[in-house]
Design a protein around this ligand. Structure first.
Ligand code: NAP
Length: 84
Protein backbone atom coordinates (compact mmCIF):
# COMPACT_ATOMS: atom_id res chain seq x y z
CA UNK A 1 0.00 0.00 0.00
CA UNK A 2 1.29 3.49 -0.81
CA UNK A 3 0.06 6.96 0.04
CA UNK A 4 0.15 10.39 -1.56
CA UNK A 5 0.09 12.61 1.52
CA UNK A 6 0.27 11.58 5.18
CA UNK A 7 0.55 13.81 8.25
CA UNK A 8 2.14 12.42 11.42
CA UNK A 9 1.88 14.60 14.51
CA UNK A 10 4.50 13.89 17.17
CA UNK A 11 7.06 12.63 14.67
CA UNK A 12 10.26 13.84 16.35
CA UNK A 13 10.61 10.77 18.60
CA UNK A 14 8.82 7.85 20.21
CA UNK A 15 5.80 6.18 18.65
CA UNK A 16 5.28 8.95 16.10
CA UNK A 17 8.83 8.75 14.80
CA UNK A 18 8.58 4.97 14.47
CA UNK A 19 5.33 5.27 12.51
CA UNK A 20 6.77 8.02 10.29
CA UNK A 21 9.90 5.99 9.55
CA UNK A 22 7.71 3.03 8.61
CA UNK A 23 5.58 5.09 6.22
CA UNK A 24 8.05 7.52 4.65
CA UNK A 25 9.15 5.20 1.82
CA UNK A 26 5.50 4.42 1.05
CA UNK A 27 4.39 8.07 0.93
CA UNK A 28 4.91 10.78 -1.67
CA UNK A 29 4.69 13.54 0.95
CA UNK A 30 5.02 12.76 4.64
CA UNK A 31 4.53 15.85 6.79
CA UNK A 32 6.16 15.35 10.21
CA UNK A 33 4.81 17.74 12.84
CA UNK A 34 6.55 18.51 16.16
CA UNK A 35 8.14 21.36 18.12
CA UNK A 36 11.69 20.01 17.86
CA UNK A 37 13.18 18.68 14.64
CA UNK A 38 11.77 15.48 13.18
CA UNK A 39 14.46 13.48 11.34
CA UNK A 40 12.08 12.05 8.77
CA UNK A 41 9.89 13.38 5.99
CA UNK A 42 9.08 17.05 5.58
CA UNK A 43 9.45 18.53 9.07
CA UNK A 44 6.85 21.12 9.98
CA UNK A 45 7.59 22.94 13.24
CA UNK A 46 4.38 23.52 15.17
CA UNK A 47 3.24 23.49 18.79
CA UNK A 48 -0.15 21.80 18.64
CA UNK A 49 -1.00 22.99 22.14
CA UNK A 50 -1.78 26.44 20.79
CA UNK A 51 -3.90 27.87 17.99
CA UNK A 52 -0.94 29.35 16.11
CA UNK A 53 0.56 25.86 15.80
CA UNK A 54 -2.69 24.39 14.54
CA UNK A 55 -2.99 27.21 12.00
CA UNK A 56 0.58 26.55 10.84
CA UNK A 57 -0.39 22.98 10.04
CA UNK A 58 -3.66 23.98 8.38
CA UNK A 59 -1.80 26.51 6.20
CA UNK A 60 0.84 23.95 5.18
CA UNK A 61 -1.75 21.35 4.18
CA UNK A 62 -4.22 23.85 2.71
CA UNK A 63 -6.60 22.04 0.35
CA UNK A 64 -4.37 19.02 -0.20
CA UNK A 65 -6.29 15.83 0.60
CA UNK A 66 -4.72 13.69 3.34
CA UNK A 67 -4.66 9.92 2.92
CA UNK A 68 -4.02 9.60 6.65
CA UNK A 69 -3.65 11.81 9.72
CA UNK A 70 -1.85 10.03 12.54
CA UNK A 71 -1.96 11.93 15.81
CA UNK A 72 0.86 10.42 17.88
CA UNK A 73 1.82 13.55 19.80
CA UNK A 74 1.44 14.03 23.50
CA UNK A 75 3.15 13.31 26.75
CA UNK A 76 3.63 10.06 28.54
CA UNK A 77 3.11 10.43 32.26
CA UNK A 78 4.58 7.42 33.98
CA UNK A 79 2.52 8.02 37.12
CA UNK A 80 -0.78 8.51 35.25
CA UNK A 81 -2.27 5.28 36.60
CA UNK A 82 -0.92 5.37 40.13
CA UNK A 83 -2.39 6.92 43.22
CA UNK A 84 -0.44 9.59 45.06
N1 NAP B 1 4.96 5.00 24.78
C1 NAP B 1 3.95 4.26 25.22
O1 NAP B 1 4.11 3.09 25.68
C2 NAP B 1 2.54 4.79 25.16
C3 NAP B 1 1.48 3.95 25.51
C4 NAP B 1 0.16 4.46 25.42
C5 NAP B 1 -0.07 5.75 25.02
N2 NAP B 1 1.00 6.55 24.71
C6 NAP B 1 0.73 7.92 24.30
O2 NAP B 1 1.18 8.12 22.96
C7 NAP B 1 1.67 9.46 22.83
C8 NAP B 1 3.13 9.41 22.33
O3 NAP B 1 3.90 8.65 23.26
P1 NAP B 1 5.48 8.52 23.07
O4 NAP B 1 5.96 7.50 24.04
O5 NAP B 1 5.79 8.37 21.61
O6 NAP B 1 5.93 9.97 23.60
P2 NAP B 1 7.28 10.79 23.31
O7 NAP B 1 8.41 9.88 22.98
O8 NAP B 1 7.41 11.74 24.45
O9 NAP B 1 6.94 11.62 21.98
C9 NAP B 1 5.94 12.60 22.02
C10 NAP B 1 5.87 13.27 20.67
O10 NAP B 1 4.83 14.25 20.75
C11 NAP B 1 5.35 15.50 20.32
N3 NAP B 1 4.68 16.59 21.03
C12 NAP B 1 4.47 16.69 22.37
N4 NAP B 1 3.84 17.84 22.65
C13 NAP B 1 3.64 18.47 21.46
C14 NAP B 1 3.05 19.70 21.10
N5 NAP B 1 2.55 20.54 22.02
N6 NAP B 1 3.01 20.04 19.79
C15 NAP B 1 3.53 19.22 18.85
N7 NAP B 1 4.10 18.04 19.13
C16 NAP B 1 4.16 17.66 20.43
C17 NAP B 1 6.84 15.43 20.66
O11 NAP B 1 7.60 16.30 19.83
P3 NAP B 1 8.26 17.68 20.35
O12 NAP B 1 8.61 17.54 21.80
O13 NAP B 1 9.45 17.83 19.44
O14 NAP B 1 7.21 18.71 20.09
C18 NAP B 1 7.16 13.98 20.29
O15 NAP B 1 7.40 13.85 18.92
C19 NAP B 1 1.53 10.12 24.21
O16 NAP B 1 0.32 10.85 24.22
C20 NAP B 1 1.45 8.94 25.14
O17 NAP B 1 0.73 9.27 26.31
C21 NAP B 1 2.28 6.09 24.76
Amino acid sequence: MSFKTVLVAGASRGVGLAVAEHLVDRTDRLVAVSRTAAPVGEWLQADLANLAGVETVAHAIADEPLDALLYMGGTWETDAFTTQ
